[in-house]
Unconditional design. Structure first.
Length: 419
């Protein structure tokens, strides 16, 4: 088994896998690596089941037990998955289902089995080679055609860009400044992508440069998604031969690692919050918004301080205080830094910078609704604990709505709000 240990939010996460998971070796995960011999708080056991290991008969009697226990969740044809014929999977299911307590959740899918053991803080993730082979090697045009039964939306247009059409020169410094002032880029380094050398991409962005319409540019796979909010249209540009789903199951596992790392956080008085954050004057300012809502833009405008993350931050109650911790789930971070929470700022794009009071109760509901993707999977006691943590963080520190233009943040105002 290959073992990797990471220290995040003061917790030791050990990941064991029978195949190489390159994502855990790359940045920014590499900044959070710890000694592999450290005693773990949480253990992830990831096992790719080979075809020759699925030889057991169907567990007819055990199937009745699976159905009778409320801790088992079935996807379509979950019990008919070939994984239930693997000895390693069957042994683990027997272990957890044989306990008198029910501090465990089991998820059965045709291509994977997930066992969350809340009493031992252990996740067992079994998958087969076909895991994640949705749509195989279809192009974006083929996926759109299949997904909509041949009916496409005229507001969503796909453009395959040939290498021979990248004829424009890279953006000069003056041009880059004009692009940044007129268009919201997430992440900012989209400006360095070769697709910006295509005339059709530049033409599509022109409305934002003229400031006649509100335009955002978002990275998606290896392409660029241009969202014209004023016209309610989306143009997706991707390089010829690119933007295909990767059939590597390990990359699919890597894409879901975040869900593993959040599973047991409430048991350690912690929650993961979809936000960006920076430490200023020994206090953490967290910026809350949906995807493409400005979280990365705010951090790119930071003039001082350590960056927690541009996408996910762990908040943990420690000695009566709420402490914000950096995570590797994003592109921007200064590494494993932390600071007491100083303020929460709900982002809203606007022509001018302004801070306005925001009701804590409204923010609690907003955060709870946004994070149901993992809180809904928790046992009831931990679900209540997670809600209490969201409530506490929203009522212990100042909460503001922060309106800001894409090229300016008043950091003195933010410092004063947290003081």
């Amino acid at each position: 088994m290959i073992t990797m240990t990471h220290r995040i939010a003061g917790l030791m996460f050990r990941t064991e896998s029978n195949v190489w998971l390159s994502r855990l070796q790359e940045e920014p995960f590499a900044r959070f690596r710890a000694l592999d011999g450290s005693t773990p708080d949480v253990c992830h056991r990831i096992y790719r089941v080979p075809p020759h290991a699925m030889t057991l008969g169907f567990p007819t009697e055990e199937a009745r037990v699976y159905f009778s226990r409320g801790i088992v969740h079935l996807a379509s044809e979950g019990l008919e998955s070939p994984l239930v014929h693997a000895s390693a999977v069957r042994t683990r299911l027997r272990e957890v289902l044989g306990r008198p307590e029910q501090a465990v959740e089991i998820w059965l899918y045709p291509d994977r089995v997930l066992v969350q053991d809340f009493s031992q803080h252990v996740i067992d993730f079994f998958y087969i080679e076909e895991y994640g082979h949705t749509h195989e090697n279809l192009t974006p045009e083929e996926r759109l055609h299949r997904g909509n039964d041949g009916v496409t939306d005229d507001r969503f247009r796909i453009h395959r860009i040939s290498l021979g059409s990248l004829i424009l020169a890279p953006l000069a410094a003056v041009e880059r400044e004009r692009f940044v002032q007129g268009i919201s880029f997430s992440p900012p380094w989209i400006l360095d992508m070769s697709l910006l050398n295509s005339p059709i991409v530049r033409d599509t962005l022109q409305a934002g440069l003229d400031r006649s319409e509100e335009v955002e540019a978002l990275k998606y796979q290896d392409g660029i998604m241009v969202w014209n909010r004023s016209q309610d249209t989306i143009d997706f540009f991707y390089p010829e031969g690119g933007a295909r789903y990767d059939n590597d199951p390990e990359k699919r596992v890597a894409a879901n690692l975040q869900h593993m790392f959040v599973a047991f956080l409430p048991q350690f008085s912690a929650v993961m919050v979809h936000s960006s954050g920076v430490v200023r004057n020994q206090r953490a300012a967290l910026f809350l918004a949906p995807d493409a809502g400005g979280k990365t833009t705010v951090l790119s405008l930071s003039t001082d301080g350590l960056l927690l993350s541009d996408d996910q931050i762990i908040l943990r109650e420690e000695a009566g205080d709420i402490v914000a911790h950096a995570t590797p789930f994003g592109q921007m971070t200064s590494g494993p830094v932390q600071a007491p929470l100083g303020g929460l700022f709900v982002l809203e794009k606007a022509p001018h910078f302004e801070l306005a009071p925001f009701k804590p109760a409204e923010l609690v509901k907003m955060l709870w609704d946004e994070h149901l993707y993992y809180t809904s999977l928790l046992p009831q006691p931990l679900k209540l604990r997670a809600f209490d943590l969201f409530y506490e963080m929203c009522h212990r520190v100042p909460v503001y709505r922060m309106r800001f233009p894409k090229d300016y943040v008043d950091w003195d105002a933010i410092d004063a709000a947290m003081a």
